[in-house]
Design a protein around this ligand. Structure first.
Ligand code: G6P
Length: 607
């Protein structure tokens, strides 16, 4: 899973390919490379690691040419070294690829039998050799592409240049997204419109199974049956400007501190500040009569969905299932015809979630997507889009996207409760007030920054950390543990506080910090008992609670951090913020690469 970009043009390609790759670095950063046509020959520059390594190499060994392709990699097949870095090339073609060629072993055996020599451990190299063999057998590059599409299995986006054909760029999409950009006397391809934003605003998206022939004059798109088709060209709203860190040391830190503003931006789309009336975009289902709602997501988005299940069931008495996308469709779930399935995703491109969305549609579900990237595949394919307005999130560990997802899901739960008449007008009024007040409360949480930074010193030396919470604080405990794992590489588990006695209690020892999320809600007393159990076994508690909670059990903690008191309904949004900051400051102490942690990628487009 990777980012790809291509240009068939008139000006120097390499600097613009590299600029496109920088915008795609969120898709992976194990290696990067570019290939261009120089006097008709394929020339490549590739480097292990970040794009900045490729930039350094290009300074020493510049690459001319006005037609070329580029790639930033998240390794699937083959170690993340220079040899396995894309583009992969033969004497005839160079290929960049995002996705997985599932039948690569079978194709490789066939191509080796034909005398082709492989140089890498990647699945992608079969595409280069397959196209080469087809061209050597006499097919035109275009016909070779059409033939190859019928041989390749799996999910992929491809861009290909051909030796001796500086007028040609081939592209294909099955599963993984691919955008075509229309320039003046130039054409582009990219994994997303953002990669192409500085080059052009005129974009079309390939449909699944499409492949395309791009020349300097335009593009001809073919569908999976090789029939000529036209895909709508639209003007993207994305900006070509690269987002900066401002005065912050890391994007993650900046994004944590942006939360009051972006939660406010998001809520403005759903809550009228004067009347506190909540309005959702038109949904493909009637909330008053709906029998069940299904929430599907991955990673951090899954934890947002997990909080929402408590809200939706408690407030709206609407049965709600939450599922990890990669399990959902393979479980063969029972879905009611006409039911509502909601897909939660920052990127709108995560292949597990996107495939689950398509699966649900195939099972007769109505589809809503809660997505941060408005032109993403999920946003385009859903019946209804509930947008989060977090703005571009650059830090790989998700922060502001998570709390804005929670804000939208809170508005959804509220709207469902109102439609179903399950809450009194008085309770609805307090809930609306609480939702509208979230940005200010989150600002109040950020004021505890220094104390959280100090508490990070307790956590940083640990090898294992336990996070505990009950009710809506339980998914936040899991999210807190995920944040710590992702950026500090410390092993952490998020547990339902009541479940601790059924196993994890065996782990309690003075060197295992226990982070307790204890908002003053209906579960507080029970959580307090669990804190006693931890203390009785010598565990070191870092407590997050409000003034009243700290007055009750603060003495049991090595660090007790006071957060603003709030309506318990919005507590999970407030309590998300300190676990983000704690992970951030621990990672800062450990000196990890906070914005681009090892092995991860911001948007995962392979299964
Ligand atoms: C990746 C990221 C996670 C993210 C998950 C789901 O694994 O590293 O931070 O939560 O994908 O991403 P999505 O864009 O669908 O929310």
């Amino acid at each position: 899973m990777c980012g790809i970009v291509g240009i068939v043009g008139k000006g120097p390609a390499t600097p613009r390919l590299v600029d496109g790759l920088l915008r795609l670095e969120y898709r992976g950063y194990d290696s990067a490379g570019v290939a261009t046509l120089v006097d008709g020959h394929i020339e490549r520059r590739r480097a292990e690691g970040r794009i900045r390594n490729l930039e350094a190499l290009l300074l020493e060994q510049p690459l001319a040419g006005s037609t070329g392709i580029g790639h930033t990699r998240w390794a699937t097949h083959g170690a993340p070294n220079e040899n396995n870095a894309h583009p992969h090339a033969t004497e005839k073609v160079a290929v960049v690829h995002n996705g997985i060629i599932e039948n690569f072993a079978e194709l490789k055996a066939e191509l080796v039998a034909k005398g082709r020599k492989f140089a890498t451990d990647t699945d992608t190299e079969v595409v280069a050799h397959l196209l080469t063999v087809l061209i050597l057998e006499g097919l035109s590059p275009e016909a070779a592409m059409a033939a190859a599409m019928h041989r390749l299995h799996g999910a992929f986006a491809l861009a290909v240049i051909v030796a001796g054909r500086p007028d040609l760029l081939l592209a294909a999409r099955r599963g993984s997204p691919l955008a075509i950009g229309y320039g003046e006397g130039e054409m582009y391809v990219g994994s997303d419109a953002l990669a192409l934003a500085p080059l052009t605003k005129m974009i079309s998206y390939l449909d699944d199974g499409d492949w395309a022939v791009l020349t300097t004059d335009g593009a001809q798109v073919y569908d999976q049956n090789d029939k000529k088709v036209a895909r709508e060209v639209r003007e993207t709203v994305l900006s070509g400007a690269l987002v900066g860190k401002g005065n912050f040391q890391h994007f993650m830190q900046k994004e944590i501190f942006e939360q009051p503003a972006v939660i406010g931006d998001t809520l403005r789309s759903y809550v009228n500040p004067a009347t506190h009336r909540v309005t959702l975009p038109e949904l493909p289902a009637d909330l008053a009569t709906l029998k069940r709602v299904q929430l599907v997501a991955c990673g951090t988005s899954f934890y947002a969905a997990s909080v929402a299940r408590y809200w939706i069931e408690q407030l709206a008495r609407l049965p709600c299932d939450v599922e990890i996308a990669s399990e959902f469709r393979y479980r063969d779930p029972v879905l009611e015809e006409g039911g509502l399935s909601m897909f939660v995703s920052q990127s709108g491109e995560t292949i597990d979630t996107l495939s689950a969305l398509r699966f649900a549609r195939g099972r007769g579900q109505k589809i809503a997507a809660i997505v941060n990237v408005p032109e993403s595949s999920m946003a385009r394919e859903a019946d209804a889009l509930l947008a989060t307005h977090a703005g571009p999130e650059i830090g790989v560990a998700s922060t502001k996207a998570f709390t804005t997802q929670l804000a939208v899901l809170a508005a959804f739960a509220f709207a469902a409760a109102r439609a179903r008449g399950t809450q009194s007008p008085e309770r609805l009024a307090t809930l609306a007030q609480a939702i509208a007040g979230i940005p200010e409360k989150v600002s109040g949480v950020l004021a505890a920054d220094d104390r959280i930074r100090a508490a990070a010193k307790i956590v940083a030396p640990a090898r294992d950390v336990l996070y505990l919470g009950r009710g809506t604080a339980f998914p936040i405990a899991m999210e807190g543990a995920l944040k710590l794992k992702e950026i500090s590489y410390i092993h952490a588990e998020g547990y339902a506080a009541g479940e601790m006695k059924h196993g994890p209690i065996a782990l309690i020892a003075p060197d295992v910090p226990v982070i307790v999320l204890a908002p003053n809600d209906e579960w507080f007393e029970k959580t307090a008992s669990n804190v006693q159990e931890v203390r009785a076994r010598g565990g070191q508690v870092v407590l997050f609670s409000d003034k009243a909670g700290i007055a009750k059990i603060g003495n049991l903690a090595v660090a007790a951090i006071e957060l603003p008191s709030c309506d318990p309904f919005v507590a999970p949004i407030l309590y998300s913020v300190p676990v983000q900051l704690l992970a951030y400051y621990v990672a800062l102490i450990k000196g990890t690469d906070i914005d681009k942690p090892r092995n991860l990628a911001k948007s995962v487009t392979v299964e």
